[in-house]
Design a binder for this molecule. Sequence first.
Ligand code: GLY
Length: 441
Amino acid sequence: MIRILLIGNGAREHVIAETIKRSVHDTALFSCMKSNNPGIASLSDDVLTGSYGDREEIARFAKKHRVDFAIIGPEDPLNNGIVDFLKKKGIPSVGPTQSLARLETSKTFTRNLLEKYDIPGNARFRAFSSIAGIEAFIGGLDGVVIKPDGLTGGKGVMVQGDHFQTKGEALEQCRMILEGHASVIVEEKFEGEEFSLQCLCDGTTVVATPPVQDHKRRFAGDRGPNTGGMGSYSLGDHSLPFLREEDIAQGLAITRRVAEAIHKETGEYYKGVMYGGFIVTREGVRLLEYNARFGDPEAMNILPLLKTDFVDVCRSVIDGTLKDLNMAFENKATVCKYIVPKGYGFPADHPDALSTSAKIEVSDTGDARLYYSSVDKREDGLYMTTSRAIGVVGIADTLEGAERMAEGAIAAIRGPIDHRPDIGTQALIDKRIQHMKGIRG
Ligand code: GLY
């Protein structure tokens, strides 16, 4: 019996739990959640509900169940040092220590690491802890991106042309960020198409999973505010329609160099997920940011396709034997669309913000996979909260089939819900291809 602790309560952790339970090994799953996810709970042998900051309580729960290892889903517990804490209690984790998780939690750390070790793909950037010097630096950039240095739930990045227009407005944004954060990073803006490359790393070996494209904007046509991600797709050939083979190879090569550099820099081996958010530009692949965990929604695209036993993958990450494991994925297309409450993404004072605690009815969703995110199962049914509710995933031989499967399932969910109908459609993908053609020239 392999006894596993899973930390996290979103759709990403629901698919992780499902992938653990697909293992040929006899497993027992113990889940630590901030709020009860009925999907994860139904797959778990025991559940602890509480704060990710309560490391003592998590460790006690893990010890009580004599877990062999832990898998850390979200960034918050990584940032709280849960991996270090469990390690001291003799429990290894799939997930980096607090220091190594700076790859995600400190944008400055990562940009500096790429610069120091001369790793390609970096942006022109500077970190500022006061407003002095920002105006001059911005003046030398064609387009500007501003990021608070720290965790922002994927919603803190501000891009010229989208979130502000002029360099004066950029300066104003920096001023505002510095009121609430110790520092702000100012970077050059890249033109291109984004892709997520989720890699597994055992400290020395880095293995890539198929690339995925996420959709951050709330509304169809890439309009509206940024969200945690409204949906994503992947293709059966394990590429994306606007990528060249060398683009994926470049993303992987950058990540391998980063794994090597982070070891040189800290003396520690990175064990966990290195999820590179990349952008392919006219000049090649550039790094937008790293996350120290699987993507949400992107985990729902790749984990259901994993042919290799996930428990073996986790053990290889911990044992440092990933190079001996052949990690394989089915050649299927996937489309994930998030069901959200209608008011999701609007600011709290907007008239359309939020239909909280609304009930939803799920009937026949066919072969689509449903992964619960922020839902509450009560005696009289399933309720949404204010956040993303259910990740609906279609899997088929073709993208069209996967998209149809996801839409068919969404039609079987009733309530005050919304989703992005354009994700995974040929029309949107053609737009991406044309955009990239224009950029490559
Ligand atoms: N897909 C965005 C994220 O996981 O941060």
